[in-house]
Write a protein that binds this ligand. Sequence first.
Ligand SMILES: Nc1nc2c(ncn2[C@@H]2O[C@H](COP(=O)(O)OP(=O)(O)OP(=O)(O)O)[C@@H](O)[C@H]2O)c(=O)[nH]1
Ligand SMILES: [Mg+2]
Length: 253
Amino acid sequence: MADGDVRSPEPWLPGRVLVVVATYNEEATIAALVAGVLAAADDLHLLVVDDDSPDGTPQLALAAAAAEPRVHVLVRRGRRGLGGALAEGLALAKHRGFVVAVTMDADASHDPDDIPRLLAALEPVGGRPADVVIGSRRVPGGRTVGWPLSRHVMSRLVCWFSRWVLGVPVRDASSGFRAIRLAILDRIDPPQARGYAFLEDFLWRVHRAGGRIVEVPITFHDRTRGASKADFAEKRRSLGELLMLARLTWLGR
Ligand SMILES: Nc1nc2c(ncn2[C@@H]2O[C@H](COP(=O)(O)OP(=O)(O)OP(=O)(O)O)[C@@H](O)[C@H]2O)c(=O)[nH]1
Ligand SMILES: [Mg+2]
């Protein structure tokens, strides 16, 4: 948190699972996202981390927080980036005493009704607990609906790079839909990436710290409202961040 940031009012009700959603210019979908998360399970709490979107997203999120004590908002001022927003959201979740965070996108690509399945995979009955559960498009039963070929190719390249160059043994390292046991934050160095590559950077650190990562299938729907933030500048930033991780992996510096 920094000077100038805007926060929804206290208090925070105690809870176990906080859904953390980073937003930038998502006014078309934020209300449905809030409603969907609150309806997915009675005990879910929600934190929207917005980067001072000019389109009215922060006002809508703050109005939702005023109406519902399970909803919280952090409006970051003077900072931009999916990774930085998620990092602050996870740190805040831990600080507020939550045990698990679920991260997801705000553009209706991720279905809040999948959250209970991700949480169940974190603590499988009779099985080994996991540190991170990925809602994955690339395990049997998972799929992506509505993408053009170019997006499939780009996404496959990033996932291939993460698996075979960075050595992270998962199939969908760039999925932003995850359940995370927050105690894992104490076992990893903070991810360096502040853009989209935060997603791969985080898993890379969890894996190297001996954390257990599992994947459960999800159906991902391409956004139909609002605009993508993964523009050319973001893609270039992410490429640089991925190459930094490759250097760390292979050269150790
Ligand atoms: N706080 C914050 N959130 C961001 C930023 N960039 C993207 N997001 C959010 O991160 C999530 C994923 O971003 P998207 O633009 O959907 O990226 P994508 O899914 O790769 O691409 P499209 O779905 O095609 O738009 C969405 O909820 C965005 O609003 C940012 O700079 N700051
Ligand atoms: Mg999206």
